[in-house]
Design a protein around this ligand. Structure first.
Ligand code: PEP
Length: 255
């Protein structure tokens, strides 16, 4: 069974105090044990977020990490630093990291491997640009990013990863993929995971959709058999939107 999973990527938004307010609002409306939920505030708000989450089963995630333990890496944050703040999940390879900050598949692979070795859960993001989609290269691109991102990992390690399929043209644009289209690409990703880790294991791996998910379109996206949840950007900054998306995932448990 794959428990539905909804994660909020707050990007570069919210101070510590603002994070605490948003989490209090989410807590008030969150009653869904059947859905796993995480919030990923910026590094500077993690401590306040952890305090605000105390006593809930909402998990704390980070938006990025560096794969080295410590040392001369100005501006970077390590896995032990995140663990010290109660972080359990890390978004790796988000398209903004790939496209704005030039993160390569090789770097992303190192991050995924180290995150797993430390016992945290990576949410590996993959997805094509509009240009790649229009050139008919979506599947090739997604295959490449999944293969490279999970390179040299054991089958057991691959089984612990969460994947987020996020077409770049759908992120922050208000233009979501159609539910059927997203489901088709995600089904294809599951086939790739089957090649890497065996079908049985691939059937347990959660694959999320991300890209302009909101409470209005969530039910149709999450109603698809291969879409196990959502990575939510803009709509995760508004409690009523985020709670609406969580509610849409209730009752969904894929075999
Ligand atoms: C994201 O940042 O992962 C994302 C999907 O953003 P948005 O929901 O705003 O498109």
């Amino acid at each position: 069974m794959r428990k539905p999973f909804i994660a909020g990527n707050w990007k570069m938004n919210k101070t510590g105090a603002e994070a605490a307010v948003l989490i209090r609002q989410i807590r008030e409306g969150y009653k869904e044990d059947a859905v796993e939920v995480a919030v990923c505030p910026p590094f500077t708000a993690l401590r306040d977020a952890r305090e605000a989450l105390h006593g809930t089963n909402i998990r704390l995630g980070a938006q990025n990490v560096y794969h080295e333990e410590s040392g001369a890496f100005t501006g970077e944050v390590s896995i032990p630093m995140l663990q010290d703040l109660g972080v359990e999940l890390v978004i790796v390879g988000h398209s903004e990291r790939r496209h704005i900050f030039g993160e390569s598949d090789g770097l992303i692979n190192k991050k995924v491997a180290r995150v797993l070795k430390s016992g945290l859960v990576p949410i590996l993001c993959v997805g094509e640009t509009l240009e790649q989609r229009e050139a008919g290269r979506t599947r090739d691109l997604v295959r490449h990013q999944v293969m490279e991102g999970l390179k040299d990992l054991t089958e057991e390690e691959i089984g612990k990863v969460i994947i987020a399929y996020e077409p770049v043209w759908a992120i922050g644009t208000g233009r979501s993929a159609t539910a059927e289209d997203a489901n088709g690409v995600i089904e294809y990703i599951r086939e790739i995971l089957g090649e890497l880790a065996g079908k049985n294991r691939a059937d347990t791996i959660r694959i999320l959709y991300g890209g302009s998910v909101n409470k209005e379109n969530a039910a149709s996206l999450l109603g698809q058999p291969h879409i196990d949840g959502a990575l939510v950007g803009g709509a995760s900054l508004k409690a009523d939107q985020f709670l609406g998306i969580i509610r849409s995932a209730t009752g969904k448990e894929s075999v």
